[in-house]
Write a protein that binds this ligand. Structure first.
Ligand code: FES
Length: 163
């Protein structure tokens, strides 16, 4: 199946100016990459390759090193979040009740993987740890809406509400 993850990067000049100021203030500091990446994610909401490139050049660090950090730490995201952020709980209680199958169904339905966003910017999918609603297992959330005790067959109808 074709992957539908490539959203065009459309950062603004203002965002770029903010990022440059952050880079400038961390230049020549040991271990600057992680704090700069954190701030860059705050500015852009995610860390596309274009932003990683600016950071690599600005800090004079190889792009491969920046990319390695971004893909290693789960708090960094290569993709923007969707208007509707789906979180599927893969905590133990949910997992034993089939949340893995629910996640697969959501991925198939939207044509994107965990951590990715649909090309129209509407939906992104995350796998989460226990969200403290184990009594409702299996659970998934769409922004602040919580869906519990659901089966794979319920997924399509729930997602339709947001389309
Ligand atoms: S394991 Fe899913 S809510 Fe606790």
């Amino acid at each position: 199946m074709e992957k539908k993850t490539a959203l065009p990067f459309n950062g603004t000049k203002e965002q770029e100016a903010q990022l440059m100021a952050v880079i400038e203030s961390h230049k020549n500091q040991e271990g600057a990459a992680i704090p700069v990446l954190h701030k860059a994610q705050g500015i852009y909401g995610y860390l596309p390759l274009e932003v990683q490139q600016m950071i690599a050049e600005g800090l004079n660090v190889p792009l491969a090193e920046i990319y390695g950090i971004v893909t290693f730490y789960t708090q960094f995201s290569l993709y923007p979040k969707g208007e509707y952020q789906i979180g599927v709980c893969l905590g133990t209680a949910c997992y034993v009740k089939g949340s893995g199958d629910i996640l697969e169904k959501i991925k198939a339905q939207l044509g994107v993987d965990v951590g990715e966003c649909t090309p129209d910017g509407k939906f992104s999918i995350d796998a989460t740890r226990c969200i403290g609603a184990c009594g409702l297992a299996p659970v998934f959330t769409v922004n602040d809406d919580v869906y519990g005790r659901i089966g794979v067959d319920d997924v399509e109808d729930i997602l339709k509400k947001y389309m």
